[in-house]
Design a protein around this ligand. Structure first.
Ligand SMILES: Cc1cc2nc3c(=O)[nH]c(=O)nc-3n(C[C@H](O)[C@H](O)[C@H](O)COP(=O)(O)OP(=O)(O)OC[C@H]3O[C@@H](n4cnc5c(N)ncnc54)[C@H](O)[C@@H]3O)c2cc1C
Ligand code: SF4
Length: 549
């Protein structure tokens, strides 16, 4: 038990991504004393890496002394890309802010729990204003190529400029200009306009990307929220009773020290889990197993969605244009009713991701596709040895490549379970199970091949997709979905955790349907809605509990 029996904080928020930063800001506004506990580091334009070859400042594997802001987790069914930093995924995200179609509220476990179509627009509006969302004015060479290819295959009319959270220069003016806070009437920080360097996913070193540490979290800290960076939550348990009505103790360790030093313990009246879909699931599984939070619903880990995503692309060796210019995701097209493709880029010099790239190979997953892939490489190497070398060697990849992020709005999900592995039975791990989400989206492959043909490039895909039939996603969602009761959800429609008092989840884990578009705006809007139900501190009876709708 923590030594201090006075509450250290009214709310402890675990994680500082989209859900966590909204919670911290809105709660401090309502007068609460808030702690935000964040496993990742704090980043500034000065300490962000120049390119992805600076692995120790890009990749997150603290036990290997890699203390960056980007992580990849490999599961049997999916490779998950996610952020880890003060500001969560906003430090590495590509700034695309899209509203999903209304039909998503009629799908999944949240259907019927609230009048979503009436309630959500106001929260999307608030989220868009806070995050500074605008229509992208900067079309780079990759976006123009996407438009040309879309025209040539008859879907040019679906081409759109993304909505993006980037401070763009006024029409006709050059970027790189320092301006006083343009968003919060002088309460926010000074900012610099975008120079279209394509570096958003490596962290913006120019102060133009609207990351959470420049809006929600910035304002929360200004109002007194305390952010504990490089601090990992390892335990949360009720202080006195079994349901948390008397508050919780939260235990943490240093996330960057090699020997688990820096243990701390905080007491709090209420807790908000905002550690992302993967992070919240993993933490709650640990706490359920350990007996700290045994009443968490058995639905934990169910209905994990990957936005049915596939990462393909085209490399144009010797491209005269620098395809890395623009913002990270400048535009998109719909190649059919369900399939949406965005043009993505890394900044020049950030070529490390190319190590996962290979020649695109058609066909259903399995041994036949692997043989086809080997045959493709051998044929290409024999017929065009120099060209094959130029395509597969990493240097210059970002300058010469258009990554095509393909998302489908069709509903498909997997489950995450907490299990011992046959080859390491000493402890449990998060493992995926269920039917595999397809890695082969024929229409998307066909589009990439047409793209390659029209531009003189070569269609590419990801090695894990071909070899292991494992798709990759930067949009892992669900795992703590909404329901009517403990038997069909982990939280109710107000994000309150079934079985506990004054405990909430605000992050991607509560998203209860496949969005088919990038999710951050939806996570932000949902968290705005969840926080709107929490009363100001003077009116809080500290007895908030999940109910049936
Ligand atoms: C390369 C990349 C590009 C992307 N581009 C886009 C895009 O353009 N548009 C879009 O909408 N989405 C994009 N995404 C996805 C987006 O980043 C996520 O959907 C979003 O960040 C999820 O928000 P969240 O609130 O659920 O959690 P996150 O933003 O992931 O934040 C969770 C935080 O919790 C912390 N945490 C986890 N466990 C613990 C613990 N035990 N203790 C303390 N802290 C903990 C993590 O370090 C992390 O910082 C991208 C993702 C990646 C990886
Ligand atoms: S394109 Fe460059 S300057 Fe613009 S937001 Fe992205 S990283 Fe920042």
């Amino acid at each position: 038990m923590c030594a201090n029996q006075q509450f250290d904080f009214d709310f402890v928020v675990i994680g500082s991504g989209f859900g966590g930063s909204v919670a911290a800001h809105r709660l401090t506004e309502k007068g609460y004393r808030v702690a935000v506990i964040e496993m990742g580091r704090r980043w500034t334009p000065e300490n962000l890496p120049r390119t992805s070859w600076s692995l120790h400042r890009w990749f997150w594997r603290p036990k290997l002394a890699l203390r960056g802001f980007f992580n990849m987790r490999f599961f049997r069914h999916v490779t998950i890309l996610h952020g880890c930093a003060v500001g969560g995924g906003s430090i590495t995200y590509a700034t695309t802010m899209l509203r999903p179609p209304d039909k998503i509220w009629d799908m999944g476990s949240w259907c019927g729990l609230a009048d979503w179509k009436r309630e959500m627009p106001q929260h999307y509006d608030t989220a868009s204003r806070m995050l500074g969302v605008v229509t992208n004015r900067i079309l780079g060479p990759s976006d123009l190529l996407l438009k040309t290819v879309a025209d040539s295959v008859g879907v040019g009319h679906t081409f759109y400029r993304t909505n993006t959270a980037v401070l763009q220069p006024p029409e006709g003016q050059a970027g790189g200009q320092l301006v006083p806070d343009p968003f919060f009437g002088g309460e926010g920080p000074d900012r610099t306009t975008c120079i279209a360097c394509g570096g958003c996913m490596m962290g913006c070193r120019h102060g133009a990307k609207n990351t959470l540490d420049l809006n929600y979290l910035y304002l929360a800290e200004k109002r007194g929220a305390r952010v504990f960076a490089e601090t990992r939550v390892v335990d949360v348990k009720p202080l006195a009773d079994s349901v948390g009505a008397e508050g919780y103790e939260v235990r943490t360790v240093s996330s960057t020290s090699l020997f688990g030093r820096g243990k701390q313990c905080f007491t709090t009246r209420a807790v908000v889990f905002s550690a992302s879909s993967l992070g919240t699931m993993e933490l709650l599984f640990q706490l359920k197993e350990r007996g700290s939070l045994p009443q968490i619903s058995d639905l934990l880990g169910r209905y994990v969605r990957t936005n049915s995503e596939s990462l393909i692309g085209v490399r144009i060796p010797g491209s005269r244009e620098d395809l890395s210019k623009g913002i990270a995701i400048g535009s998109g097209v719909f190649i059919d009713e369900h399939t949406h493709i965005e043009a993505v880029r890394y900044p020049s010099g950030s070529d490390a991701m190319s190590l996962l790239g290979t020649l695109l190979t058609n066909g259903r997953p399995g041994p036949a596709r692997i043989l086809g892939w080997i045959a493709n490489i051998v044929t290409s190497a024999l017929c065009h040895p120099i060209r094959t070398f130029r395509i597969l060697q990493p240097f210059g990849w970002a300058r010469e490549s258009v990554i095509l992020l393909c998302m489908q709005a069709l509903d498909a999900h997997i489950d995450m379970r907490w299990k011992r592995l046959w080859f390491w039975p000493f402890r449990r791990f998060l493992v995926s199970q269920g039917r595999k989400v397809p890695t082969y989206i024929p229409a998307a492959n066909e589009f990439a091949q047409k793209f390659a043909k029209l531009t003189g490039g070569v269609a590419m895909s990801m090695v894990p997709e071909i070899l292991f039939n494992v798709p990759s996603t930067a949009h892992c969602l669900g795992g703590c979905v909404m329901g009517n009761s403990r038997t069909d959800g982990v939280v109710d429609s107000h994000h309150r955790v079934f079985g506990y008092r004054n405990m909430y989840i605000c992050d991607g884990s509560v998203v209860s349907a496949n969005l088919g578009v990038n999710p951050s705006l939806t996570i932000t809007a949902l968290s705005e809605r969840a926080m709107s139900f929490i009363p100001p501190i003077s009116e809080n009876r500290w007895n908030d509990t999940a109910t049936k709708s």
